[in-house]
Design a protein around this ligand. Structure first.
Ligand code: SF4
Length: 448
């Protein structure tokens, strides 16, 4: 009997992607086939996102499509934390489970698409590093689940629970397996990477027979030794982050920090109940850049949060002008069902939110353009993501560019390179967000 085929849809953030990978790996280990289409699948698993209302709508739509095309649907992920909401719209789904409930998903698959593999040599085809949904040269490494903060606009702690750090030995073994499988870049993710280990009293673990402390710095130091790029996401500007700056280089732990500041006005940060709101952020950034002049800082901001005055917004613009962050994402505030911020008064009118968003993005484009222009003429290490052979161009990233969210480096004449290659290129041009580069001249020739 051939193995049942399971259709799979993965929506949402990198953390949800990691959940999907775990489920897919287990299904493949059990001998299930993964189907790229719905119609020949025994059932479809939809891993949903429930972070903001538009993501919820997209998830409900994906469930509806899978029901229309296939009829047998198992729902999991953040939106699944509230099963009643899903069943109200789609009463015929087979099962609903919340984020990280891998066992519940597998139970539902076992119940509705039973499969008892005898000896199946195809199981050996499952690579030991698991099934990855990202391109094979980079992978997300999830170091903890949940969050101990209570930001008023966020419902992740109620959906994902309190911080639960993975044992450091497990994290490092997974990282090692990924590197052995050809991964060139590890993207460290969690809800609060700088809090890693605080819930388990920084318990020392073992990796390769050596003790490693389960702390932000201990983990960063161990990962830096793997010989691949390591990029830290979702870090807060706490003093203990200083310890990892000297470890950064273009060969290992990258000079890059993704810090979701969200705002700069103390009054707004207080209403947002943000962690590290009281830190002297500009001083900290200046200190980090003194330690690591090539440090790239990415951040996200919310404009139009309830009660945000023109003065608050001007404070945010002044912060951006002074901080000169390298990469900035900005969202217009929108309420999320169940979030404490919904009870706040003084909502900002939609047109004003949008006007502020435009002003912020225009300022940041100027800052980004000026920072990128300073790189012209330098040689930078890059990692190749894609090739456009027809145009003879490779699309790559430098240490300052995370995949999907930051800019890229277009390597003119790079059509013969391959994804996953790391090389040094000469930067020849720049615009608001991207760089242009050329290949190094062959030995004995000088580039003109
Ligand atoms: S730090 Fe705040 S925004 Fe981030 S997951 Fe925790 S509560 Fe949500």
């Amino acid at each position: 009997m051939s193995a049942p085929r399971i259709g799979f849809v993965s929506l949402g953030c990198p953390k949800a992607l990691v959940d999907s990978e775990r489920i897919l790996t287990q299904l493949r280990l059990e001998g299930y086939e993964i189907s790229p289409t719905y119609d020949d699948a025994a059932l479809v698993v939809v891993n949903t996102c429930g972070f903001i209302d538009s993501a919820k709508a997209e998830s409900l739509e994906a469930i509806g499509e899978a029901l229309a095309d296939n009829g047998r649907v198992v729902v999991t992920g953040c939106l699944g934390a509230n099963a009643a909401d899903i069943r109200a719209v789609h009463p015929s789904v087979l099962a609903v489970s919340g984020p990280q409930q891998y066992e519940a998903v597998l139970e539902a698959v076992h119940a509705h698409a039973p499969h008892t593999p005898v000896h199946d040599p195809r199981l050996d085809l499952v690579p030991p590093q698991g099934v990855k949904l990202t391109p094979r040269h980079y992978a997300y490494l999830k170091i903890s689940e949940g969050c101990n903060h209570h930001c008023s606009f966020c419902i992740i702690p109620s959906m994902r629970g309190r911080l639960a750090s993975r044992p450091v030995g497990d994290v490092l073994e997974e990282a090692e397996r990924l590197v052995a499988a050809g991964v060139q870049e590890l993207l460290v993710i969690s809800q609060d990477t700088s809090a890693y280990g605080s819930d388990i009293a920084y318990r020392t673990g073992f990796w390769g027979g050596r003790p490693v402390k389960a702390s932000f710095a201990g983990l960063a130091e161990a990962l830096a030794r793997l010989g691949v790029w390591v990029r830290l996401h979702y870090v807060y500007p706490y003093p203990h982050v200083d310890a990892v700056l000297p470890l950064m280089s273009e060969q290992g732990l990258l000079p890059y920090l993704d810090i979701p500041f969200q705002h700069a006005s103390p009054a707004v940060l207080k209403r947002m109940r943000r962690p590290a709101a009281a830190e002297r952020t500009l001083e900290r950034i200046a200190h980090w850049r003194a330690l690591q002049p090539d440090l790239a800082i990415r951040s996200t901001f919310i404009v139009g949060f309830p009660g945000e005055t023109e003065d608050d917004f001007e404070t945010l613009l002044a912060f951006l002008a002074a901080a000169e962050l390298d990469r900035v994402g900005c969202f217009e505030y929108s309420p999320v069902e169940g979030a404490a911020a919904n009870a706040l008064s003084d909502a900002v009118p939609e047109p004003l939110k949008h006007e502020r968003w435009e002003r912020l993005m225009a300022l940041q484009a100027d800052i980004s353009r000026a920072r990128l222009a300073r790189k012209v003429g330098r040689h930078l290490d890059v990692l190749v993501d894609e090739i456009d052979a027809a145009a003879d161009v490779a699309v790559a990233r430098s240490s300052a560019d995370a995949p999907e969210i930051d800019g890229v480096v277009h390597i003119v004449g790079g059509g013969a390179l391959t994804p996953g290659m790391r090389l040094s290129v000469e930067i020849t041009g720049s615009d608001d967000y991207d760089l242009e580069a050329r290949l190094p001249a062959p030995a004995g020739e000088s580039a003109s």
